[in-house]
Design a protein around this ligand. Structure first.
Ligand code: MTE
Length: 329
């Protein structure tokens, strides 16, 4: 993941952070980590640039578009300008394909989103393995236009298609012991060339507290911009939690496990001092190596202020009443 750090003198900062051509503080961490684990060769250089590659990726090749009627904005939609499909699908974080923003679009053709099953287990009354099309057929598809803020300091506005996570959780009937939900992404080095490097512990895992998962904003996406979700965006099923940093929104999910204990999560495992379990967007709590006060909206010039809980504070702040959000970051 990468971000231009929000510092007064970006050029000087670049010199400090980026020996060679690396302007990517997170990659810088990984590079350091890789030196310890001997995987430095896996990490390419390259400045963070917005790659615009017409026809990049395999979105159009991956299935029929959803036919959506024009509709008025719903209660969960932002009115902000939507990021174009081109930008949203050529500038991605999906380390299973590689660490560069352009890797997912370039390599997503190797991901086969059908056939696909999702294992549901743990503290549920109905553990089962369900085909993605069956799972999807359980719910009417809804549109949600959400802001998405990456921990690296950039953001987008994404028009998702999918269904509320709460509906899925309720259908599975959690037992009285269920307190958390863990999500696991596909592990397959044939489909995910990036998994041949140990840049992260695979598979990618994420988690939510059960009450967070039941919040009406927590969403399972199967489409984007009225189209079937392309590989680089997390086909065929991804989580979207708009008030948290983007790394919580795990892509290409194959397993959902309800647990009694707080599950491990990939970025907290990789760098526990930098990424926590909660990862709520919080401009008041800087990342140890850069400020989170502002963000660069992809497609815009300049930077804008980052809002607490990514602008969803009215809806979600109550979930964290009484918690020290510096401690539970
Ligand atoms: N999910 C998986 N499986 N692997 C990843 O590397 N990256 C995360 C998240 N989900 C990631 C993932 C990060 S860091 C971000 S910011 C978002 O996906 C990016 O989503 P986008 O590429 O659709 O904008």
């Amino acid at each position: 993941m990468s971000t231009p750090p929000d510092k007064k003198d970006p050029v000087a900062e670049r010199r400090i952070l980026t020996p060679g051509s690396n302007l990517n503080p997170r990659r810088e961490f990984l590079r350091t980590a890789a030196l310890f684990t001997g995987t430095v060769a896996a990490l390419g250089g390259g400045l963070e640039v917005l790659t615009r590659r017409p026809g990049a990726g395999s979105a159009e090749a991956q299935g029929t578009d959803f036919v959506r009627p024009a509709r008025p904005l719903g209660p969960y939609d932002t009115q902000e300008a939507v990021t174009s499909y081109q930008q949203a699908t050529t500038y991605n974080n999906f380390y299973e394909f590689g660490t560069d923003k352009s890797d997912p679009a370039r390599l997503a053709g190797s991901l086969k989103p059908r056939p696909w099953t999702v294992r549901i287990d743990g503290e549920v009354k109905k553990p089962q393995t369900v085909d993605i099309d069956t799972l999807q057929s359980w719910f009417p598809l809804e549109d949600r236009i959400y802001r998405m803020r990456c921990v690296e300091g950039w953001s987008m506005v994404m028009p998702w298609l999918g269904f509320p996570l709460a509906g899925l959780i309720r259908r599975l009937e959690p037992t009285g012991k269920a307190k958390y939900v863990q999500f696991t992404a596909l592990l397959d080095t044939k489909q995910f060339p990036g998994q041949r490097s140990n840049v992260l512990d695979w598979p990618y895992v994420e988690g939510l507290r059960l009450d967070e998962a039941l919040h009406p904003l927590a969403f399972m996406a199967v489409g984007l911009h009225g189209k079937v979700l392309p590989g680089q965006s997390g086909a065929p099923l991804r989580l979207v939690v708009p008030w948290k940093y983007g790394f919580k929104s795990i892509k290409s999910i194959v397993k959902i496990t309800l647990t009694e204990k707080q599950p491990q999560t990939t970025w907290a495992l990789a760098a526990p001092g930098e990424y926590g379990f909660y990862a709520n967007v919080n401009p008041a709590v800087p990342h140890p190596r850069w400020s989170q006060a502002t963000e660069r909206r992809i497609g815009e010039l300049g930077r804008r202020k980052t809002l607490p809980f990514n602008g969803y504070a009215d809806q979600v702040a109550g979930l964290y009443a009484g918690m020290d959000l510096r401690k539970f970051f």
